[in-house]
Design a protein around this ligand. Structure first.
Ligand SMILES: [Zn+2]
Length: 395
């Protein structure tokens, strides 16, 4: 039987991509968090103000920056913070595939904070085709969303001649990817070079150029895939766009952002989101649970382990509580999300549940889960997989 090693401090397993657990038993994300305690945040704030002063249009005659936004807890915080810094943002939402009523409400709430706002919808027919394909081939239903946001926002900034893009958190710093990727400016160049983007940008090694060569006979052309294609190094350099993570300059805390955003009109689910232990995250796309479930199948971690680990690092939860929560709520088969049955989520891309289950099996890391004596995967009576060492995580 195989056992996964877990961080001694949080509940992140070594199987999480780009996470290392050192000889001291502590994962990279926990180490980054400790680094934040000794970060000179006053100095970072000064660096941020330098950027603000450099990019601010003193006559208020044009947008100073683009803030990519989903309308969710972090975006709401981000936009209001950017306004507080004295910048005039153009807020841009790349519409999710299956926008929920809560997602719509939060977008409208954010608009009504007094900002100009673009909702940019990428061709839904192309998106559906991509979604089905990426679920089948790289085990990711929302590849198009992650890639579409990064590429389209940068392209829009170039076209509109807006020189600053302010992203929120650097999820790799929060969750433990390599330290060299803590700054967007460095990353964006690397993204372009393919390293960052392929490794951490959600592409799972897939590039839009692969899709173009596959589908050119089916009437899919370069323009259809342009929103998923990063600008060339030359195009990008010429425009001299700076992209920063706000979380690099001011301490980032998703939970506090949610509290802040709730006070500013954010609507939450009112109970824990299915497959999670908070009520305020990923409320804008019915597809997100399938996306998260595949991370569990591939790597054995889920949103519960992520959130419980964030809470442990901030002394809001004990490790033993986190282990209990992971065991009870983590990695369940995604029967429904935000009240929508899985069947409807699959219908949208023209797939049935039998096909879906086959794809799940294909992407399941057999080393992580219990098996029957014939080597097939073992499921409990609710259709959930069972991790090998759920009973063995030290509390
Ligand atoms: Zn850890």
């Amino acid at each position: 039987m195989n056992f996964i090693k877990y961080c001694k401090n949080c509940v992140i397993p070594e199987t999480r991509p780009n996470t290392e657990i050192g000889s001291d038993g502590i994962c990279t994300a926990c180490k980054y968090y400790l680094n934040r305690q000794v970060t000179d945040w006053d100095l970072r704030k000064k660096e941020l103000m330098k950027i603000v002063n450099r990019y601010k249009h003193k006559n208020n005659n044009y947008y100073d920056c683009i803030v990519p936004s989903s309308g969710g807890k972090d975006s709401t915080y981000q936009v209001l913070k950017v306004k507080e810094l004295g910048l005039n943002p153009l807020v841009v939402t790349i519409t999710t595939d299956m926008l929920t009523p809560i997602g719509r409400k939060n977008i409208e709430n954010l608009k009504n904070k007094g900002v100009d706002y673009i909702e940019y919808t990428l061709n839904p027919l192309v998106r559906k085709k991509i979604n089905k394909f990426t679920l089948e081939t790289v085990g990711d239903l929302t590849w198009s969303e992650e890639v579409g946001v990064s590429c389209s926002v940068v392209r829009l900034a170039m076209k509109m001649d807006i020189k600053l893009i302010i992203w929120g958190e650097n999820s790799e710093n929060e969750n433990g990817g390599p330290e060299k990727n803590s700054d967007f400016f460095e990353e964006i160049i690397q993204r372009h070079d393919g390293d960052w983007f392929e490794e951490f940008g959600g592409t799972n090694g897939l590039r839009s150029s692969d899709l173009l060569s596959l589908w050119s006979d089916e009437g899919i052309n370069e323009l259809d895939l342009l929103p998923y294609t990063f600008p060339s190094r030359e195009e990008f350099r010429k425009k001299e766009i700076l992209g920063i993570f706000l979380g690099h300059y001011i301490p980032w805390d998703g939970h506090l952002n949610a509290e802040f955003s709730k006070k500013n009109g954010l609507t939450t689910y009112g109970k824990w989101v299915e497959g999670n232990i908070v009520d305020y995250e990923n409320l804008d796309n019915y597809q997100m649970r399938v996306h998260d479930y595949f991370k569990f199948l591939k790597y054995g971690y889920d949103r519960v382990s992520d959130w419980a680990s964030l809470a442990i690092r901030r002394n809001r939860m004990s490790r033993s509580e986190a282990v209990e929560l992971s065991r009870n709520y983590g990695g369940k088969y995604p029967k429904e999300y935000l009240g929508m049955p899985l069947r409807e989520v699959l219908d949208y891309i023209g797939m049935n549940e039998t096909e879906f289950k086959k794809i799940c099996e294909k992407f399941t890391n057999k080393k992580i889960f219990k098996k029957n004596s014939d080597g097939s995967l073992l499921y409990d009576n609710q259709g959930n997989l069972i991790k090998n060492n759920y009973d063995n995580i030290e509390k």
